[in-house]
Design a binder for this molecule. Sequence first.
Ligand code: UGA
Ligand code: MN
Length: 292
Amino acid sequence: MRTLFYSYIFTALPWILIVIIMIDVDTRRAIQRRTHLYAVPHARTERAALPVIYAVTPTYTRDVQKAELTRLSNTFRQVPSFHWIVVEDSQARTELVSRFLARAGLRHTHLHAATLLRYKRPRSPRGTEQRNAALHWLRGNRSRNDSGVVFFADDDNTYSLELFEEMRWTRHVSVWPVGLVGGRRYERPLVENGTVVGWYTGWGAGRPFPIDMAGFAVNLQVVLANPKALFKRHGSKPGMQESDFLRQITTVRDLEPKASNCTRVLVWHTRTEKVNLTNEPDPPLDTVTIEV
Ligand code: UGA
Ligand code: MN
C-alpha cells in the first residue's frame, strides 16, 4: 500500500512541479503585459501634457556674463519641458550669447531689446524692455492651445530644481519665498488657509505686491489673455516693477501659494560681486584672443 502511494507521488511530482512553474511564468507575463499596457502610454500622455516653463532672462554684456549664463544653463538643462527666453540688453544679438546658446543644449529663443541710455542709471529699473520683448514674443508665438508657465529668471539668481516643479502647475499667478533679498535672509508671502493675507518683507511694505521678480510665476494663458500687461518704464519707481506688472493681471487674494504654503526657500536673490580686473593689461598682452 505504502509502495503504491510512493510510486504515485514520484510519478505525479514532476508534473506538479511543471504546472507550478508554468503558472508562475504566466502570471509574470501577465504582470508585464499589464505594466506595458498601463504604465507606458500613461507616462507618454503625462510627458506630452507637462506645461512648458518659459524662463525669461534679461542679460547684458559684462565680464561675468558668460559665467552667469553657464551657471543658469547647468540648472535649466535638468528641468523637463523647459524653454529659455534669453533677451539681451543690446542693439543686436551678440556673438558671445549666440555661440553660448548654440552649445547650451536647451530649447531656447534668443531676442534682444536695448535699454535707452537715459534709463541706464542707478535706481532706474533693470530688465524692463527685455521682459517686455519676451512677453511680446510669447503673445505672437503661442496660442490658447499651448499650456505653459512664465517665470522671470534674472541671470544672477540661484535656482533650485524643486522650484520649477512647484511653479509648473500654476493656474493663474503663483508665489513663494525668495532668499537673500530686501536686506533680509528671506522675504515671503504670509499664508492663512491657503490664501495670501500679508507679507514678511524687508522694505517697501506699502507696495501692492511687496515681492521680488524671482518670487512669482504666471500661467501662459494669463499672459495671453491680458495682452496689454507689461512692465512699466515711464514713471516707474524703484522696487515697483513687480507690483506694476502684477496689479494688471491679478489680486493678492487670488495668488496661489507654493513651496509648502510659502515656508520653503527654493530661489535666492544672489548678486555677483563686481569682478576685480585691476591687473588686466591694456592693451592685451596675450598672443591669442580668448573669450571669457
Ligand atoms: C532687483 C530685482 O531682483 C530685479 O528683478 C529687478 O529688475 C531689479 O531689482 C530692478 O531694480 O529693476 P537686482 O539684482 O538689483 O534685482 O538687478 P539685476 O540683477 O542687476 O538686473 C535684473 C536683470 O536685468 C538681470 O537679469 C540683468 O542681467 C538684467 N540687466 C541689468 C539688463 O538687462 N541690463 C542692465 O543694464 C542691467
Ligand atoms: Mn539680480
